[in-house]
Design a protein around this ligand. Sequence first.
Ligand code: PMP
Length: 407
Amino acid sequence: MSISVNEIRKDFPLLENQKVIYMDTAATSQKPACVLEAEREFYEKYNANPLRGLYELGEAATEKYEEARETVRGFLNARETAEIVFVRNATEGLNLVAYSLGSLVLKPGDEILVSIMEHHSNLLPWQQAAARTGAVVKYLECTEDGKYTEEAFKEALSDRTKIVAMTQVSNVLGCKNNIKRFAQLAHEAGAYFVADGAQSVPHMAVDVQDLDVDFLAFSGHKMYAPMGIGVLYARRELLEQMPPFLCGGEMIDSVSRTGAVWAEVPHKFEAGTVNGAGAYALAEAIRYVQKIGFDFIEEREAKLTKLLMDGMKEIPAVHILGSQKAEDHHGIVTFKLDGVHPHDVASVLDADHIAVRAGHHCAQPLLQHLKVLSTTRVSLGVYNTEEEIQAFLTSLAGIRRQMGYGE
Ligand code: PMP
């Protein structure tokens, strides 16, 4: 099937209707019309509280919700739907693992190995789990170009390591970690491997059986789905042993004055009213991505990233964080511009209708490790065009002049 970017752009109402060059997809993606329609369709045709109603409409809501779970299962190639837990976002999924797995396996003095490039969502929950259990957080340091060597990883593991937490793609450096290999090494050392898929799942095929990770979380909203729906993949046998994270309606089998019998997984981990419309729309977003295909998405994003980085390297006073090779960046390029605060960079770009992110990108320990305070980040999606990259480069090249520098 041949697809053109012009066709893809027509799928996104906001990009069609507004004057914006959107380069902040790592924060959240734009949404195609089919996803917006799906969310509406759920409320128009199937709206009742899923997993509760014994009447026809309630059963339809449950059916759509569980069908969405099956779509996610197939998308990630999980063994069974019981391994797919719907959550609000990657943050909630990672907090769930840190709390519940942490309670199950961590003892005083145990180690949690966390990569230094983690988003705060895959770092703060581990600090909290350590504080609760007496375990310690150990950091795995990366090189300046965002690499972890196998030797460094093996050295950081010890017989006290119980959990390793690592992102598949960094939201700052754009680099991809070989989580398949690191999960294997973690398992050999007797540790569980928790992967953050927030920046990988929207951009590349992710097969949890092939990667052999124990947990992987992602957010729908970064993958063309609505906000408020995310996924935690987890091995069934671990979910069964782990205590629940949130307690309340629908996560129990029975309740007495003194306790409860938990529902079967994954419902044990889905307390309270679920986001039925969000799950339904996420399934539509998955079909949308599958229709375009990851071959196309990866090729497109790699081509645009190369164009972007080649152009940025020509502009004096621009410094790209991490690897200087475009193939090491997966649609994410973070940079500094000498003498100009990143917030000013973003404001000047905004005046040209270019939306980028400035700040610490919720990865302060990484920025401290790289000895930078604040940066500007460009992140791409399947809808970006060559013309948009050129417009960005032209705007970027003029910023220092506007600020009164000679060039
Ligand atoms: N991990 C990574 C690598 C991210 O980039 C983000 C979002 N910036 C998150 C986790 C958290 O995602 P959310 O805010 O959707 O929970």
